[in-house]
Ligand binder design. Structure first.
Ligand SMILES: O=C(O)CCC(=O)C(=O)O
Ligand SMILES: [Fe+2]
Length: 348
């Protein structure tokens, strides 16, 4: 059984004195920047407290998602995520994702909210878009503050990442708020089922709020898996694959999963969470920060990867012939990287 991680193993960052996205407080940003840097470089994650997102906003979204999941399957089907739509918006019923690979079924309902102006089930669940928009706006502001701290912690200008994340939750940017409901699984353990298989997130970083059921496990740098547990009101921030590439591997993308609880009581209860996936604007070249954006752009074009290539990440990341093949070679845009990852995740 994986152990509960101690508070010493998961850094806690207090955002109380950072100001707001519109009016950041310099001294507060600098302090958080240093903590964020050591947390992401050392562990790939941190728990954020005093982040400004009221618990009630989260609960309202959990309730709206419950109502949606209670609808008959045919009515839910009207909101299915469209694989060819170019964005990640819409409903994903249980069993569609393949984080684990193989035959393991992932039992969860996901409603990916990538746009607030269409494809939301207000006709079935009155008020869905209001509660989703209020929460998404809070997450977007929190993400903006953290992007500022992230840049400061890496010795860059405060708005360095804000410039490449200017369109969060709008077209041309894949930032997405994924609302999640994991239904009860029954008293008997069932082989071949999991809640969410082991994976790293694809973007810059993810903000994750979970209800009091717990179940999230993370892999620490010593490769040991541990349970995060539940710190009331805290939001987890974890590094994604693009941030790993940007930092030349310095902030490793955190591998994580949600397991089926061992206790019978917990298996018989549902679980809710919301993951806010922060992505750069689609045309952002993803390159280690030692390169200037112009150099990165030149490398992206020189690679000849003009359209989403549909091959493995390893191939995309391999350098042109005759050059060394660094793991974090900058030859794709944020859009290309995400499309490739989504095709792998939803492959049937
Ligand atoms: O539900 C959770 O706690 C984690 C979800 C997750 O990791 C994901 O959807 O990428
Ligand atoms: Fe994840």
């Amino acid at each position: 059984m994986d152990t509960l991680l101690s508070r010493a193993e998961i850094p806690i960052i207090d955002l109380a004195h950072m100001g707001t996205a519109e009016a950041p407080v310099r001294s507060g940003v600098r302090r958080v920047a240093a903590q964020l840097h050591s947390s992401l470089a050392g562990k790939g994650l941190a728990l954020l407290v005093n982040h400004g997102i009221p618990e009630e906003r989260l609960r309202a979204v959990y309730r709206a998602l419950d109502k949606f999941c209670e609808l008959p399957p045919a009515r839910r089907a009207a909101y299915l995520r469209q694989a060819d739509a170019g964005d990640n918006h819409g409903y994903v019923p249980p069993g569609c994702e393949r984080f684990s690979g193989g035959e393991v079924r992932e039992v969860r309902h996901a409603f990916n909210v990538a746009r607030l102006d269409r494809g939301l089930p207000d006709a079935e669940v009155p008020g869905f878009s209001d509660v989703a928009a209020a929460l998404a706006d809070d997450f977007r502001r929190l993400a903006a503050l953290l992007l500022r701290a992230l840049a400061t912690g890496l010795g860059l200008q405060g708005d360095y990442f804000l410039r490449s994340h200017a369109r969060m939750m709008q077209s041309g940017n894949a930032t997405c708020m994924r609302t999640l409901y994991y239904p009860p699984l029954g008293a008997e353990p069932t082989a071949g089922l999991t809640r969410c298989g082991e994976h790293a997130d694809y973007g810059t970083f993810t903000l994750l709020a979970q209800d009091c059921e717990g179940g999230l496990e993370v892999q620490l740098p010593n490769r040991r898996w541990g349970r995060v547990g539940h710190l009331p009101g805290a939001i987890l921030v974890n590094a994604g694959e693009l941030l790993e590439t940007w930092t030349g591997g310095n902030y490793a993308a955190l591998r994580h999963r949600v397991v089926v609880p061992e206790q019978e009581g917990a298996r018989c209860r549902g679980r809710h969470s919301v993951a806010f996936f922060v992505h750069p604007d689609d045309d952002t070249p993803v390159a280690p920060l030692a390169l200037t954006p112009a150099e990165a752009e030149a490398q992206t074009q020189a690679s000849g990867v003009a359209t989403p290539p549909g091959r493995g990440l390893a191939r995309l990341m391999s350098a042109p012939a005759g050059k060394p093949s660094p793991k974090h070679s900058p030859i794709y845009t944020a859009y290309q990287h995400l499309q490739m990852r989504l095709r792998e995740t939803y492959a049937s």
